[in-house]
Design a protein around this ligand. Structure first.
Ligand SMILES: [Zn+2]
Length: 323
């Protein structure tokens, strides 16, 4: 599965190429890739044709493009609540979904599922292609609803206080400028659970998967089973900062792909794997302990049908932990 930094790479790449462009045609080559659009292929195409892409927005791993429909007096950029976009094209990347910008002359990819033609702009590719080998991803048109806190729906170029319906229940992610530490801390303290479970709970904080949960906990020197109701504010602050840092480091490592026409997301691209300190490092020395002359070996434990990686020295097991 793509992690948040990979989805953010896609968002930035797409925003550069599709914002402000009008959809001139849509071709669904495999209806399975729009199966989440309940009203079918014809309705899907009807919603998109002649619509203008206003932005590319992300919250957690949800990615959507607010649309201004043809004939709107204002292309949706107003902030008075009257001219806001009401629908969006949602892209669900699944395991292997890719969004590619291509020129018409480029041969179709083997697993091309949906082709979206865009109004021509000089030096910009004219097609947005959805390619998906394993069909777990897909595209669909969804409604935008007002955000609960009145802030922007997520991270985008043009902040609008509305959010794709499917993402409206999830909390803001650590890279969102409107992320509220106080809201996060209140929710964490209110849960009677273990810290990693809380980090993976999208209603507490979104966009943190298993890899980044382990990395953030390691950086913050906290154990995954720490009882959330006993978490001190300073520890929570360190943890959120750690999550931000590790995701930003991954974005920096993946930065070279921003310039490519090939807006790619691929769960096993591994471009950020080099910077991991905890995840996947069972049996190796803890880098932090080693740097101060301590010897400690990272260990792996079963956790929620997956694995957790911790340093037994600098992330000590809590006495009254919650598993
Ligand atoms: Zn250590």
């Amino acid at each position: 599965m793509p992690e948040l930094p990979e989805v953010e790479v896609v968002r930035r790449g797409l925003a550069r190429w599709v914002r402000g462009r009008t959809i001139t045609g849509v071709e669904v080559l495999d209806p399975r890739s729009i199966r989440r659009h309940a009203l079918g292929t014809e309705d899907f195409i009807g919603n998109l044709e002649h619509a203008t892409v206003l932005d590319v927005v992300r919250r957690g791993k949800f990615l959507w493009m607010p649309l201004a429909m043809s004939g709107s007096p204002d292309p949706g950029l107003g902030t008075d609540g009257e001219n806001l976009s009401k629908v969006a094209l949602m892209a669900h990347l699944g395991m292997s979904g890719q969004l590619l910008m291509q020129d018409p002359g480029v041969a179709d990819e083997k697993h091309l599922k949906v082709r979206i033609r865009l109004s021509p702009v000089a030096d910009m590719p004219q097609q947005l292609r959805f390619v998906d080998q394993r069909i777990f991803g897909g595209l669909f048109v969804t409604s935008l609803v007002p955000t609960v806190d009145g802030g922007p729906g997520g991270l985008g170029e043009t902040p609008l206080p509305e959010i794709a319906e499917e993402a409206s229940h999830i909390a803001r992610d650590p890279l969102d400028p409107f992320f509220s530490f106080d809201a996060f801390y209140r929710k964490v303290k209110g849960r009677k659970t273990g810290l990693k479970r809380a980090l993976l709970d999208q209603s507490v904080i979104s966009g943190i998967g298993n890899i980044y949960a382990d990395e953030a906990l390691w950086r913050a020197r906290l154990h995954y089973a720490k009882a959330t109701d006993t978490l001190r504010r300073a520890d929570a602050e360190r943890l959120v900062e750690a999550a931000k840092d590790v995701m930003n480091a991954a974005l920096d490592a993946g930065g070279t792909s921003f310039d490519s026409l090939y807006v790619n997301v691929n769960g096993d691209s591994g471009y950020f794997a080099r910077s991991l300190n905890a995840y996947g490092r069972a049996g190796e020395p803890c880098g932090r302990c080693e740097s101060i002359g301590l010897r400690s070996i990272m260990k792996r434990e079963q956790f929620m049908n997956r694995s957790s990686y911790t340093c037994p020295v600098c992330q000590p097991r809590p006495r009254n932990g919650r598993w």
